[in-house]
Design a binder for this molecule. Structure first.
Ligand code: ADP
Ligand code: ASP
Ligand code: MG
Length: 472
């Protein structure tokens, strides 16, 4: 029978009403003869709040940290009460929630005493978000006609020990899925596990990086040869651009793995960049769907997308970037010069997004990071350095730009009022990217959207939805 992995993001499990909707969606899949494995995020904003509590404790603000934890305790306690009618089941769950928060508070108190937040402790603290949500949701399913069985994700997602951005280990994950999840599926149960969290070979808690629950979904889907991986979120699918920036963004009906990966990497928050990898390896389609509007078809991400009349599928935006200009007046790009620059970024474990070079200078962009002064200090030993924050990267993606003439001219005509700092056309030939000021993002994205999605191809974009809104 066909196994589907269904991953629900924070907004899809944000409160009792959302969890009830989620249960309904899963029940629908079971009724349709599917065998779901459910992966859930922490309730919305919980991860941010846990990080805030960790930050407060590490600065010695014990009271502040415990106050955040106390608010989270109440939120989980209240949600559990709203979800469970069975008094014995509720008492058992409440009891467990109290114990989990007692343990979390212990960690926060300890942290406030030692005043040092290591990546390992940070992972332990944030892991509570997904541990709590998944256990609560598994129990809530039972009262909603879904035979949920909780699985501790840390027993399944085996990773290395790079805390906060741990690398999953495919072989062991496959073995654990076969050992811990498959038997539940075979017994007609719906396994429910938290996304984002895992553990290393010695059982210490790790996380896969922010937004990592999508990645968990894809890892489990890949390991279990799922028929599909469904990413349930709060928008109708991958849209032509972030709908918060451009309200007339259109749903993209179908997109290739390559395009989706590029989009995710360059800032479309709707999908974690690593999500695509396990799916690509096994050619498993990924669907992005809206838990508030489950009838909508969403976006289908597949190996080869059909030809599209429009050159671009989507405009992604990544904010909070810094441009670093490295000017080598004397060394003039001598042999090994670029390597020495990249070695410095490597030493500080700082990934570089975009690079452009001229005879005497190199410009690079990185995520805003507190490592910048140290990086600039190292770079200043080999060149003149200056850096400037509050930049944004606009990345336009589409396989159909390959070999088309005149696209760049159209892009720059649409953005003639905007100051463009760096331009790159990736070697993949499916993206055009440029850096602008953060303050210009809205204007640039809206002009580009108007220019390229005025007359969209109905085979690829949900044109009917736009027509319906115009008719209203
Ligand atoms: P979840 O909690 O379900 O993982 P996220 O907040 O991580 O949800 O991702 C969904 C959000 O991504 C949407 O609410 C939307 O604002 C944002 N987003 C950014 N770019 C896009 C895009 N191109 N298409 C759809 N959503 C996008
Ligand atoms: N809860 C985690 C985060 O907020 C993981 C996720 O939701 O994907 O980053
Ligand atoms: Mg997400």
């Amino acid at each position: 029978m066909s196994l589907v992995v269904m991953k629900f993001g924070g907004t899809s499990v944000e409160d009792a009403a959302a969890i009830t909707r989620t249960a309904g969606i899963v029940a629908g899949r079971v009724d349709a003869g599917k065998r779901p494995v459910v992966v859930v995020s922490a309730m919305s904003k919980v991860t941010d709040q846990l990080l805030a509590a960790a930050g407060a404790a590490s600065r010695g603000d014990r009271t502040g940290a415990l106050a955040i934890s106390s608010r989270l305790r109440s939120r989980h306690r209240d949600t559990a009460a709203a979800l469970l009618k069975d008094t014995a089941a509720l008492a058992e769950l409440q009891n467990w929630i109290e114990k989990e928060f007692d343990a979390l508070d212990e960690v926060l108190r300890g942290l406030a005493a030692i005043l040092e937040l290591t990546p390992r402790i940070s992972d332990l603290i944030v892991s509570y978000g997904e541990r709590l949500s998944s256990a609560m949701i598994a129990r809530a399913f039972a009262e909603r006609g879904v035979n949920g069985a909780h699985v501790d994700a840390r027993e399944v997602i085996v990773t290395d020990s790079q805390y906060q951005k741990a690398i999953p280990q495919d072989g062991p994950i496959e073995a654990r899925c076969a050992e811990k999840i498959q038997p539940l599926v075979d017994a007609g149960k719906v396994p429910v596990m938290g996304g984002f969290i895992g553990s290393n070979e010695t059982g210490i808690t790790t996380t896969l990086g922010r937004g990592g629950s999508d990645f968990t979904g894809a890892l489990v889907g890949g390991a279990m040869n799922a028929e599909a991986i469904e990413i349930w979120t709060d928008v109708n699918g991958i849209m032509t651009t972030d709908p918060r920036i451009c309200p007339d963004a259109l749903r993209v009906k179908v997109i290739s793995f390559e395009e989706a990966a590029e989009l995710a990497y360059f800032g479309a928050k709707v999908l974690h960049p690593a999500t695509i990898l396990p799916a690509v390896r096994k050619n498993i389609p990924v669907l992005v769907l809206n838990s508030r509007n489950p009838q909508n078809e969403g976006t289908r991400i597949i190996a080869i997308a059909p030809h599209c009349r429009s050159p671009f599928k989507c405009i992604a935006v990544k904010k909070k970037l810094t441009i670093i200009d490295v000017v080598a007046s004397r060394m003039l790009m001598t042999h090994g010069y670029l390597k020495s620059i990249f070695d410095i970024f490597d030493k500080h474990q700082c990934p570089v997004d975009m690079v452009s070079t001229s005879e005497v200078s190199v410009s690079l962009t990185v995520d805003a990071t507190d490592k910048l002064p140290a990086i600039a200090d190292d770079l200043s030993r080999i060149a003149d350095v200056k850096y400037e924050g509050q930049k944004a990267l606009i990345c336009m993606v589409g396989e159909d730009i390959r070999g088309q003439n005149g696209i760049a001219a159209q892009v720059f005509a649409a953005m003639r009022h905007v100051n463009v700092r760096m331009i790159s056309q990736g070697a993949s030939e499916i993206n055009m990217s440029f850096m602008i000021e953060e303050s210009d993002v809205e204007e640039a994205v809206r002009s580009l959207h108007t220019c390229f999605f005025q007359n969209p191809d109905p085979a690829v974009f949900d044109v009917e939805a736009r027509q319906a809104t115009v008719a209203q």
